[in-house]
Design a protein around this ligand. Sequence first.
Ligand code: PLP
Length: 404
Amino acid sequence: MFRVNQDYLKLPGSYLFSTVARKQREYQAAHPEAEIIKLSIGDVTQPLAPAIVEALHGAVDEMAHAETFHGYAPDLGYEFLRSAMAKNDYQAKGCDIKADEIFISDGAKEDCGNIQEIFSKDSKIAVCDPVYPVYVDTNVMAGRTGTYDAAAGTWSNVIYMPCTKETNFAPELPKETPDIIYLCFPNNPTGSTVTKEQLQTWVDYANKTGAVIIYDAAYEAYISEKEVPHSIYECEGARTCAIEIRSFSKNAGFTGVRLSATVIPKDIKSGDVMLHSLWARRHGTKFNGTSYIIQKAGEAVYSDAGKEQLSAQVAYYMNNAKVIKEGLKDAGYNVSGGVNAPYIWLETPKGMTSWDFFDYLLDKANVVGTPGSGFGPSGEGYFRLTAFGTYESTVAAIERIKKM
Ligand SMILES: *Cc1c(COP(=O)(O)O)cnc(C)c1O
């Protein structure tokens, strides 16, 4: 009999979002008249901007003619998109990143999940707690995380870096030295950020200890404060220790279109092996490129019209974030996030657990959010609301919460 990858069997069920959906369904069945508002959405809701749609149509038309038809895309991405990113996302911000250090891919989730393959199987990872689940789960699948303690919700061979009120929702340098450090700022789920100076501490630490930082910058477009870095390459020395992952999902509404990029500077080496070469080999072997049509849409993100339309989209969501944050503050809640990220992280009142508060909010306000404990043990006692709804439903939800 064939045998399956035993590491997959170690994964606990994806309990969080299925439980949220089930509880909402059951409540609705018992209260058919209730108009439930979802502030749990981790997906954009605004349609693609006109500049993007125009680029998509144009690329489709090109595909319709032999002279302009495109087959397989280059494994590593089209030059036009890699150059637009290098110029706009990096060089314009003083970061020394070249087009050939950018690998185009079809999603940051994919890249965050796949990147671990190029590291030794006995590497030790460090993650923030709470955390976007992909970093840990993909290392579980790779057999790197040891055994799961269901009561604690932790893996024996993972270094957890608590991000709580006490640490201002930022991680502290771990006591035990990791090989791979996953960081995500602005953060999902807490909406927190670090300053350039704080991030520099991590870059210095990684260079000193020989660790690699995998920096998930999916929410870069939501940054509003000037001391918050848009890229880890704003820090000195990041070229020798940091990989950065970019997504087109949250800044440009590509969650259903699929486009991302991973930056690997040629200076990151283990002995004389460049990580850049390994990822190029991996990408070339397992990936046949992101569609030409989608990469053309990605290029439009960097056009003048694209930039203007997308900054209006981000502003729309961030206005929702402000409505949520200010409303909750008025209602007496302790809240953070929502300034450089579309996520608001609130402390549950009166020591309620995250799930108790979920039930309470659903019952008293007919509002659905996401329990913080679902993102890791240090998320217990917290709750995530998102700014990805419509303005009208966001305002309505906050009015109800204020009346609770
Ligand atoms: C949404 C999200 C991603 C996924 O982005 P895709 O490009 O749509 O795969 C990656 N990281 C974090 C932290 C996210 O919240």
